[in-house]
Design a binder for this molecule. Structure first.
Ligand SMILES: O=C(O)CCC(=O)C(=O)O
Ligand SMILES: [Fe+2]
Length: 270
């Protein structure tokens, strides 16, 4: 595994993707999504029309799994995302991190505006079993800068799993959502008291940032807020690992309905 990725749990990949292809995807999103009146699948999994930040044409509700399905009028976005995600450049970038030969793409989110996430780990959404070997790929679809509301990570070794008990969180009758939320709070306290180190990155179109499924991260505030920040987030696992999430760590292979898209990539929905 790439040494920096292994020890710090994140990596900036400069000029990893073809900038023309990234810019073309951004133009397709701009040209079709804000003006689309119908329902699109959103981050919470349900279809809904665009919601705009008050007084703007900035789409607030992010779009889930556009690589799996999109309404007919938005098919060009669907096609362009699929092409970018399965490009040889995407494979080479991931392969340079962990040496895997095949990847399964579990989730994509198109963010049109800057997010406001609290410190968390993506393992709760999807992870390998054992924990820690899934990747989150964060792709700016336009040039971003230090005011854009970028993700920031806390350096964290790949595979370092912190159970709830280690954060002082008792067992009990909690929902998955409650367990997730209290984990984020306790993790924030631990980071505040512990390593204190936070990293963010200067990025341009064509660059991408990758962090591990156990690497704590959050969104820095944007100026102004809200603001536009066209970006794509992708949850990926090297296919040779079993998969689950933070809570669910199957001991057996989960039979899945993966769509083999190329020799290197399959798509699978959680
Ligand atoms: O785009 C961002 O600012 C971070 C989003 C994020 O970490 C997430 O959705 O899990
Ligand atoms: Fe995240």
């Amino acid at each position: 595994m790439d040494e920096q990725y292994k020890t710090e749990g994140y990596r900036l990949m400069r000029a990893a993707l073809p900038t023309g292809q990234v810019a073309a995807l951004a133009a397709l999103i701009d040209g079709s999504i804000p003006g689309y009146g119908g329902p699109i699948r959103r981050q919470d999994g349900t279809p809904a029309p665009n919601l705009f930040h008050a007084g703007t044409r900035l789409v607030k509700n992010s779009i889930l799994n556009a690589h799996v399905a999109m309404p007919d009028d938005l098919k060009p976005v669907h096609t362009a995302i699929r092409a970018l995600l399965t490009s040889p450049q995407m494979f080479e970038s991931l392969h340079s991190l962990d040496g895997a030969e095949h990847y399964s793409i579990h989730q994509t989110i198109i963010f049109i505006s800057a997010q406001t996430t609290v410190p968390h780990i993506d393992s709760w959404s999807m992870d390998t079993a054992p924990h820690g070997y899934a990747h989150t790929v964060w792709i700016p679809l336009e040039d971003v800068d230090y005011l854009s509301g970028l993700p920031a990570v806390s350096p964290w070794p790949i595979g370092k799993f912190v159970p709830e008990a280690e954060l002082g969180l008792p067992d009990g009758d909690f929902s998955f959502r409650e367990r997730h939320d209290r984990y984020c709070d306790a993790l924030t306290v631990r980071l505040q008291k512990g390593s204190a180190d936070v990293r963010t990155l200067f990025m341009d179109k064509g660059d991408m940032m990758v962090w591990g499924s156990l690497t704590p991260h959050f969104t820095l505030p944007s100026t102004p807020s809200p603001r536009r920040r066209l970006s794509l987030q992708v949850l990926i696992r090297p296919t040779h690992h079993r998969w689950g999430n933070y809570v669910n760590q199957p001991a057996e292979w989960t039979p899945d309905k993966a769509e083999q898209v190329t020799d290197r990539f399959a798509f699978i929905e959680n």
